[in-house]
Ligand binder design. Structure first.
Ligand code: PEP
Ligand code: MN
Length: 264
């Protein structure tokens, strides 16, 4: 069902208020790795509004490699996140980690993110298929393109067509950066499926200095949008600070991506 052979026209995902993701648009989703407090949300929202960015990312349920690391503010953090964003006309994308969270989260999110670690959590994918909320589905840490497509098929076949695919880097042997951002996947996915393709350069390379060149490369590779991490003080971020850009860098990035998209 997600194949171009089944549907030729590109799928567009309408989040309301004129925010539409998919071919013809270039969607920017930016924000911290983790939602930390009210002040941080307000600062990011302000930064996004100044730059006409309509979608804020931010995790409240965080999959962390160590159980002792910061694991997110949970549902109360999401309610605060939603209150501030809805008052400012900003849409929310945030990660859902398990089936039981869908119901408590659903009224407070615009897009559910499925993280790399849950990319093949088939029960979660089934339930998101029934939930009728847009989903950003990340490629697994060592996931093939075929596995990503099959995972999307789980959601779609349960009745939810509002899916975007996200290339976020795959694990390789190289130690100079965190992951290998597989930009090959962008034109390949665009050909194989009618779903929007989003690139996450922050997790894709894992080092803030390289987020801009890889984002610009993603634009030219044909991505329908990017999702990246920004924070008022990246070095103090609760998670993923090393790959997070500050607002000045973020602003420059936004301007350059928009210029690159015009040239595409
Ligand atoms: C995130 O977006 O902060 C995240 C945990 O991403 P991923 O699932 O790609 O590691
Ligand atoms: Mn992160």
């Amino acid at each position: 069902l997600i194949s171009r052979k089944w549907r030729v026209e590109p799928t567009l995902i309408d989040l309301g208020d004129g925010v539409v993701i998919g071919e013809g648009n270039f969607s920017i989703m930016a924000g911290p790795c983790s939602i930390e407090n009210e002040r941080q949300i307000e600062l990011v929202v302000e930064h996004l509004k100044v730059n006409n960015v309509k979608i804020m990312r931010g995790g409240v349920f965080k999959p962390r490699s160590s159980p002792y690391a910061f694991r997110g503010l949970g549902i109360d953090g999401l309610k605060m996140f939603h209150q501030i964003c809805s008052a400012n006309g900003i849409k929310i994308i945030t990660e859902v980690m398990q089936v039981s969270q869908i119901e408590e989260m659903i009224d407070y999110v615009d897009v559910f993110q499925v993280g790399a670690r849950n990319s093949q959590n088939f029960n979660l994918l089934d339930s998101l298929g029934e939930a009728q909320k847009p989903v950003l589905l990340k490629r697994g840490i060592s996931g093939t393109i075929e596995e990503l497509l099959q995972a999307a098929e789980y959601i779609f076949s349960n009745g939810n067509e509002k899916i975007m695919l996200c290339e976020r880097g795959i694990r390789g042997y190289e130690k100079a950066y965190r992951n290998i951002l597989d930009l090959n996947a962008v034109p390949v996915l665009k050909e194989k499926t009618h779903l929007p393709v989003i690139v996450d350069p922050s997790h894709g390379i894992g080092l803030r200095d390289y987020v801009e060149p890889m984002s610009l490369a993603a634009v030219m590779a044909g991505a329908d949008g990017v999702i990246y991490e920004t924070h008022q003080k990246p070095e103090e971020a609760f998670s993923d600070g090393q790959q997070t850009v500050n607002f000045q860098e973020s602003e420059r990035l936004i301007k350059r991506m928009r210029k690159a998209f015009e040239l595409r």
